[in-house]
Design a protein around this ligand. Structure first.
Ligand code: AQP
Length: 332
């Protein structure tokens, strides 16, 4: 059985992008066909200015939403990254294998460090090094597949490079993973700026559909999404980013093909209305289940506790092996 690992970062409220790009597949497909581990990667949320109480709150909220989305603790392992020390233990070893140059080439580092500087803040060293931690998240589990949105493909590529380099230098220790991205909605774009990814920590709240937005709010955001110049409805991500984004969202909700769907519409208004209806219906059961689960924090905490225990048992032997392979004397 294939081993799958993926994660979500509690750096903001989860979005439609997180759901369509990652979470939905984890629940509907991945946990049924593989030995799957899903993680709330809270250490990654500390790489930019953060409020400690908010990160804690968002961590539990993300876990609750993942369960509401259909992750089943009997079928997969759901846990919090900081509860399993092996991630940080392995991350340092991978920093000793990675180079400064390859870290600086990461697009997310370049974009987020520019954003932090534009806000007048300083750039945390962890923002540069976190791809090594992400590689540790993946490699610690002998992961073969990493189901992610398109924006994370570069980081998975780096994880592959580090696994290969470590194995060549110190002996075969890691499985070399690969990213899998969804065919549709691999990169849901901001409704107000369809040339930028819909990101949970971005400022433009009206361009981002949050999973816990009220249905009227979801509808309003989609109906007010920016449109491209010209009136024709064609699927062309470069030339018509606004309409293409709506077509992708609708296709992802209904299981269709964005190009084929474009033929069914003659006006932006009709497309926006159908996309809004489809997203509201898609999110309705998730919101309802979330409301039930949010009232039972003890259950959620117990899932996370036993998930961490299982994850630790899987990760520890490989991380110990990496320590030995790289030259560290095991404790007596
Ligand atoms: N807009 C998106 N379209 C498709 N997939 C997306 N994902 C995120 N945004 C989109 C996928 O969701 C998973 C979890 O994402 P993450 O928590 O690691 O966050 P991120 O992708 O780094 O960026 P965010 O959500 O925008 O957060 P910030 O603003 O803090 O960087 C991943 O598989 C991701 O690909």
């Amino acid at each position: 059985m294939a081993r799958i690992f993926s994660g979500v970062k509690p750096s903001g409220h989860l979005t439609l992008g997180n759901y369509l790009g990652a979470m939905r597949r984890w629940a509907e497909v991945d946990q049924h066909r593989a030995e799957a581990l899903f993680c709330i990667v809270d250490l990654h949320a500390l790489t930019v200015a953060h409020d400690p109480a908010r990160v804690r709150r968002l961590t539990r909220q993300a876990a609750t939403l993942l369960l509401a989305a259909g992750l089943d603790p009997e079928r997969c392992t759901l846990f919090v990254q900081s509860h399993v020390d092996e991630h940080a233990r392995l991350s340092y070893l991978l920093e000793c294998v990675a180079t400064d140059g390859e870290m600086r080439r990461m697009i997310q580092y370049r974009e987020k460090s520019a954003r932090e500087q534009a806000k007048g803040g300083s750039v945390r060293l962890s923002l540069l090094t976190y791809p090594a931690l992400m590689a540790a998240d993946i490699l610690a589990y002998g992961t073969e597949e990493v189901p992610v949105g398109d924006d994370q493909a570069q980081h998975v590529e780096l994880s592959r490079d580090l696994a290969v380099r470590f194995n060549q230098r110190y002996g075969r220790t890691f499985v070399v993973p690969r990213a899998t991205v969804p065919g549709v909605a691999a990169r849901v774009m901001d409704l107000q700026d369809p040339t930028s990814k819909m990101g949970k920590s971005h400022e433009s709240g009206t361009g981002i559909v949050y999973l816990l937005d009220e249905p009227e709010v979801v509808r309003r955001k989609i109906l007010r999404s920016v449109t491209d110049s010209g009136r024709e409805i064609v699927y062309d991500r470069a030339g018509k980013p606004g309409v293409s984004n709506l077509l992708e969202i609708l296709a992802a909700c209904e299981g269709g093909d964005p190009e084929e769907l474009s033929g069914a519409y003659e006006s932006y208004g009709a497309l926006k209305k159908d996309a809004a209806d489809a997203v509201v219906e898609l999110l309705r059961p998730l919101r309802e289940r979330h409301r039930e689960l949010a009232a039972d924090t003890e259950y959620v905490d117990e899932v996370l506790r036993s998930g961490a225990e299982r994850a630790r048992a899987v990760a520890r032997p490989r991380v110990d092996a990496a320590h030995r392979a790289i030259g560290l004397l095991p404790p007596g």
